[in-house]
Design a protein around this ligand. Structure first.
Ligand SMILES: C[S@@+](CC[C@H](N)C(=O)[O-])C[C@H]1O[C@@H](n2cnc3c(N)ncnc32)[C@H](O)[C@@H]1O
Length: 275
């Protein structure tokens, strides 16, 4: 699913001028459910199928083992019921339902101002569909991910709740959107999985308007020796863990004014304002 009104800001490659057009397919209330879009300047076409606009085609997008597990069949279906519903309880040691996390993210990204929000590495779309439902007519959300399995599940779950966000298969390291086209961005757990998180933050700054907010949830570097041992093992698959100082430095270097970091056990909530 992809909202037709957002096609003008889509730019499949950094060298393209933004502006896809809708050729044909199935559209309902301004949302393309399936069909073909095209970049007029090059004639290249990009399909909307399986619940998302696919800008990567045969390209994987993932660059580490952790990413590639998200491509396994069933990865999307199992992600929320098997992991996401209890992930923050396990990582913080406190009662931490998804609703509490979503409230924190909505507050930190300043959802109240409305507009267009980006969900970086949306997986099964927990943030995307909930933010879209909270926004209602006040805005829109685009979820991006590289995993077809995750995006397919994200669209299925969104439809079930009545939300109509847009989903795009794209690499966060090269965001397929025009400069200053978004009013806010969220990122739940994905920063830990990215090959080049600093580059993704710079790209995020590029697509945000001045003054827009970024809200990120992720996992901190462990403090105990057992925790560090486990994280060293996970790092071999490409997952990285951050200290509060590294997070602040990365946000600052990417062009954000960072808020003081909030932490709950192993989990951080970082946020900043796009300068
Ligand atoms: C930890 S999960 C995200 C969870 C999700 N945000 C949530 O709150 O439930 C990380 C996701 O990032 C995606 N991902 C990894 N590298 C990416 C990249 N370079 N661009 C876009 N998505 C990426 C993975 O496919 C995976 O679905």
């Amino acid at each position: 699913m992809f909202r037709r009104s957002l096609l003008p800001i889509v730019r499949p490659h950094p060298s393209d001028l933004p502006g896809l057009v809708y050729d044909s397919g199935v559209e309902e209330d301004g949302v393309i459910l399936s069909g073909t879009t095209r970049l007029p300047a090059t004639g290249e076409t990009y399909p909307v199928r399986g619940g998302y606009l696919d800008l990567l085609g045969g390209r994987l997008g993932g660059d580490n083992v952790a990413n590639l597990t998200n491509f396994l069949p069933g990865a999307g279906r199992g992600y929320e019921p098997l992991w996401r519903v209890r992930s923050l309880k396990l990582l913080t040691g406190e009662k931490f339902p998804n609703e509490r996390e979503l409230e924190i993210i909505a507050r930190k990204v300043d959802l109240g101002r409305g507009g267009l929000y980006l969900d970086l590495g949306c997986s099964a779309g927990l943030y995307t569909r909930n933010l879209a439902n909270s926004l209602g007519d006040a805005g829109d959300v685009v979820g991006i991910d590289i995993s077809p399995s995750m995006l397919h599940e994200a669209a299925r779950r969104a439809r079930k709740t009545g939300a109509t966000p847009s989903f795009v298969r794209a690499d966060a390291a090269s965001l397929p959107f025009a400069d200053a086209s978004m009013d806010g961005a969220v990122c739940g757990g994905t920063l830990n999985e990215l090959g080049d998180p600093a580059r993704v933050l710079r790209e995020t700054r590029r697509v945000l308007r001045s003054g827009a907010r970024l809200a990120v949830m992720g996992i901190l570097r462990a403090q105990t020796s057992n925790g560090r041992r486990l994280q060293r093992f996970l790092s071999t698959g490409g997952i990285r863990f951050f200290t509060p100082e590294e997070l602040e430095e990365m946000l600052d270097a990417a062009g954000f004014e960072p808020d003081p970091l909030t932490t709950n056990g192993a989990v951080f909530f970082a946020a900043g304002t796009r300068l």
